[in-house]
Unconditional design. Structure first.
Length: 565
């Protein structure tokens, strides 16, 4: 079993920010969430969103939304709009503080000119392969480029011509002049500008050389007056470069970079590259596939922003990498939906039941509780008639041991209705399969009636046949069969662990008529089945539901076993 990153909701970032306020280092906290608009956000980004916006809210500061849009070949307006929608859906607002690194392109260019003038940057004409060779390895120092000692005048001239579009892609790059022998490879004269003749989604063809992330990101932070640049642990080795850029460019302020452990979940992948591959190769239906950890996918599946925020707060913020059980995230979703989701009855694999002694043509309206966890939710009426549907698994002609549901000669209670007794079955002559169950009912045992408390060992749900609404239901399981999808034999990749049973689509399901007005995004608990959300593909003629999570709570069982043990 994998331990959560933090079982005590520790947050060392919050502590560091509080210390900076107490010492008077900052009067007002300014954080930022700086996504690159080259893909859709996932649950890992949600942790960063909650952290950055949460810190700002807690200390009465402000959090910027900034798009680090420095790579025009991979960025699209579609991603910009989707990211804004996801941040708002999680419950956060940046007010008028939305920015782009591209807002600062001219200013970043002038900072680069200043570095060249000071002898701290130069135009290198090595090819990409040559540059990799000159860079050295983790155990061997790099070698200085033969172009490293170009004069300031020559560098300024070449850089100006790079901006003017005189050179093909890859001909030159602007590099910082730091230390090719540094044990930190990030300081071995990193690239700050590269030539790319590609249109930008905001600046069009105005630019044909673009700043690298390692150069643009710290300066964008400094330009915006960010006090704490909170990022994930893989940028820890980049921090000396972050500080070098801010210091030597003469930026207006020096943000403090703080690294925290990213969120890793079992039974899924968080890599943008792998998620893109899953989509492009058709392993999933799209970025909003409910099996993906993307916020679009989780939203379509029925996850709530409140549950995701509570989950992120619970796991805390750690200084070392860890892996969190998917069961823990599902636990928080289940806890949230248990309080808010209306209860309804749905039959996913219908089996016809005829109550022989119930009057033909009669329909009763029975009272059903909407949500026992919410005393304000009230009740609804559900129709009851002679012909019903129950779940196939709720009847066994030959019951296994400890099976207490409907069998020949046995009584069960129909939820909110009567006690019925099986008196016969009808089978398919060809297959021998039971296709119809005949029962009798005891009219004195109606729920709320004088014999309502007569004990039977099982209560099952049902839907009246005449008023039932047709529905399709998608049952989702983990996308991968192993907790660590990358655990594969040599020669295979993570896709070898894809779960072939991660989606089961059931047709011919039926739901109670109270769902006639259900809209996409509405969430319900199907009694005894789990939590479900209305899919956007639903229509007036046929509802489609996605199972959010089943009723079983494996994390709660794990925690109970841990406490008992």
């Amino acid at each position: 079993m994998t331990e959560p990153e933090s079982s005590t909701a520790g947050n060392f970032v919050r502590e560091l920010v509080e210390q900076d306020l107490q010492t008077g280092k900052h009067g007002r906290i300014v954080t930022r969430f700086p996504p690159e608009p080259n893909g859709y956000l996932h649950i890992g980004h949600a942790k960063s969103i909650c952290l950055n916006f949460g810190i700002a809210q807690e200390f009465h500061g402000i959090c910027h939304l900034r798009f680090d849009d420095t790579n025009p070949t991979k960025e699209e307006v579609e991603y910009v709009e989707a990211i804004q929608a996801d941040v708002r859906w999680l419950g956060f607002d940046w007010a008028d503080k939305m920015f782009y690194a591209s807002d600062y392109f001219e200013r970043l260019y002038q900072y680069a000119v200043q570095l060249i003038t000071q002898g701290k940057a130069y135009v290198d004409s090595l090819s990409a392969d040559e540059m990799r060779t000159y860079r050295g390895t983790l155990t061997e120092p790099g070698k200085e480029s033969p172009y490293r000692n170009r004069s300031v005048e020559e560098n300024l001239n070449l850089f100006s011509r790079m901006k003017a579009g005189e050179f093909p892609d890859g001909t030159h790059v602007l590099r910082a002049k730091i230390d090719m022998a540094s044990p930190n490879i990030n300081l071995r004269d990193p690239a700050f500008y590269r030539i790319r003749h590609a249109a930008h989604h905001r600046t069009g063809t105005q630019w044909c050389c673009y700043p690298t992330y390692d150069y643009a990101h710290p300066l964008s932070d400094a330009i915006e007056g960010i006090t704490h640049s909170i990022c994930t642990l893989e940028f820890e080795d980049h921090r000396p470069l972050y500080d070098w850029v801010v210091e030597h460019a003469g930026a207006p302020c020096h943000p403090r970079q703080i690294e925290f452990a990213r969120l890793n979940l079992t039974f899924t992948v968080m890599s943008k590259r792998k998620l893109l591959e899953l989509v492009e190769k058709g392993h999933v239906s799209g970025w909003d596939d409910p099996r993906l950890p993307t916020l679009k996918g989780l939203r379509r599946r029925g996850y709530t922003p409140e549950a995701i925020r509570a989950f992120c707060e619970h796991i805390g913020v750690a200084k070392r990498d860890g892996v969190v059980e998917m069961a823990l995230l599902e636990h928080f979703i289940r806890e949230d939906l248990n309080r808010r989701a209306p209860r309804v009855m749905a039959v996913l694999r219908p089996l016809k039941v005829i109550i022989d002694n119930y009057p033909e043509g009669q329909v009763e309206e029975l009272e059903a509780v909407n949500n026992p966890e919410d005393p304000t939710a009230g009740t609804r009426t559900v129709p009851f008639s002679r012909i019903l549907y129950i779940e196939q698994e709720d009847f066994r002609e030959v019951p296994p041991p400890k099976y207490f549901r409907l069998t020949p000669g046995r009584e069960v209670r129909l939820r909110y209705a009567y006690i019925v007794k099986c008196v016969g079955v009808v089978k398919d002559e060809r297959t021998g399969e039971v296709v119809e169950v005949h029962c009798t009912y005891d009219p004195e045992t109606r729920s709320g009636g004088p014999q309502a408390q007569r004990k039977v060992k099982s209560t099952i749900h049902w839907v009246s046949a005449a008023q039932a609404l047709p529905a399709d239901v998608c049952l989702y399981e983990a996308l991968f069969v192993k907790a660590n999808p990358g655990d594969v034999p040599e020669g295979q990749d993570y896709t070898a662990n894809l779960n072939p049973h991660s989606l089961e689509r059931l047709t011919g399901c039926i739901v109670e008529p109270s769902l006639a007005g259900a809209s996409p995004g509405n969430r319900y608990q199907f009694e005894r089945q789990g939590y479900f959300c209305v899919d956007p593909d639903s229509s007036a003629g046929r509802l489609v539901f996605n199972r959010t999570v089943p009723l079983r709570d494996s994390w709660a069982k794990i925690e109970k076993a841990r406490q008992d043990g």
